[in-house]
Design a protein around this ligand. Structure first.
Ligand code: PBG
Length: 337
């Protein structure tokens, strides 16, 4: 009997793919609960939740319920939560002073979670958009341009108030120039030398943030305006490397690329160039797209969710902010990869 032969040198890529054991043995990237960060939306009140129409399965929650979430997430092995406030309209202003109110939603929620579940890392967002009546991330001049230095001063106050409340990471997502250095200096000067900075360094002016702006209630304030004078042009990636270099030099501990899946190439470039922890944000619009397909039965929920997250690991991300964090961790507990 003669068999058809593979050509010399008899390379058969399918040998290692034949069995589960050899597939597992050559797997290059794996997802674990330690890779996941859960973004959550805070509201006032007790024992309250609100649904977010454009993010099925995501609920805004009162602080007491978020403490329970923190317990569940810790038990699942998820190391961190990222807090975003849904600020009542009456607390918004032109100068965003609510951002550094020691009794603001984020500050109270940080204290509550750190008291209830000390092992859960709390990451707070440093940007003014949930607190301004126009929904921009900073302070405006008469022409509506976001002022850099004035905004950075406000961000420093906001970051300090988060550190004082016990935040483990402050995460500036505003894209002002020089803010990482100013925040780092203020943290050092105020004895918060170990408060980490997770810098939203390569943050693009993306239309994928729409559902998030619904969730924090800034969409109506922003209207048709955009953030193109401070967030990055989606066509650029050399510029992302420049931004990352600056944020690292100014004292960032972790840098981030955002959005996620449409920017995997940027994650890979940043990782190859700098060899530092790079995090990715699978943003609200990416979540909404996935959920729409799942709810229509067009895509397999579990499998596509896990594949989308694994892709970030392959691209070089050390951590992934994702609204799927809890579901993915539950799935990993039942079926570790
Ligand atoms: C605030 C901020 C935004 C997101 C995180 N922090 C929105 C924006 O810049 O307009 C987006 C997160 C998401 O879409 O899931 N500066």
């Amino acid at each position: 009997m003669s068999f058809p032969r593979a050509p010399w040198p008899h390379t058969r890529m399918r040998r290692m793919r034949k069995d589960d054991f050899s597939r597992r043995m050559m797997r290059e990237s794996v997802l674990t609960p330690s890779d996941l960060i859960y973004p959550v939306f805070i509201i006032e009140g007790e024992n309250r939740t609100e649904t977010v129409a454009s993010m099925p399965g995501v609920e805004r929650m009162s602080i007491d319920l978020l403490c329970r979430e923190a317990e569940e997430l810790a038990a699942l092995g998820v190391p961190a939560m990222a807090l975003f406030p849904s600020t009542p309209a009456e607390a918004k202003s032109l100068d965003a002073a609510e951002a550094w109110n020691p009794d603001g939603l984020v500050q109270r929620c940080t204290r509550a979670i750190k008291a209830a579940v000390p092992a859960m890392a709390v990451i707070t967002d440093v940007a003014l958009d949930p607190f301004t009546i126009h929904g921009q991330d900073g302070i405006l001049d008469e022409d509506g341009y976001v002022l850099n230095e004035e905004t950075v001063q406000a961000l420093v106050r906001q970051a300090l108030s988060h550190a004082e409340a016990g935040a483990d990471f402050v995460a500036p997502s505003d894209m002002m120039d020089g803010r990482i250095g100013e925040i780092r200096q203020a943290l050092e000067d105020n004895h918060h030398i170990l408060t980490r900075i997770m810098a939203y360094s390569a943050k693009y002016a993306s239309a994928y943030y729409g559902p998030f702006r619904d969730a924090v209630g800034s969409a109506g304030n922003l209207g048709k305006a955009d953030k193109n004078t401070y967030q990055m042009d989606p066509g650029n990636s050399d510029e992302a490397l420049h931004e990352i270099a600056l944020d690292l030099a100014e004292g960032a501990d972790v840098v981030m690329v955002k959005p996620g899946m449409p920017y995997l190439d940027v994650i890979r470039r940043v990782k190859d160039e700098f060899k530092v922890p790079v995090f990715a944000y699978q943003v609200s619009g990416e979540y909404a797209m996935h959920m729409a397909a799942f709810q229509n039965g067009w895509l397999d929920e579990d499998k596509v969710m896990m594949e989308s997250l694994l892709a970030f690991k392959r691209a070089g991300a050390s951590g992934i902010l994702t609204y799927f964090a809890k579901r993915a961790a539950q799935r990993l507990q039942n079926q570790p990869s």
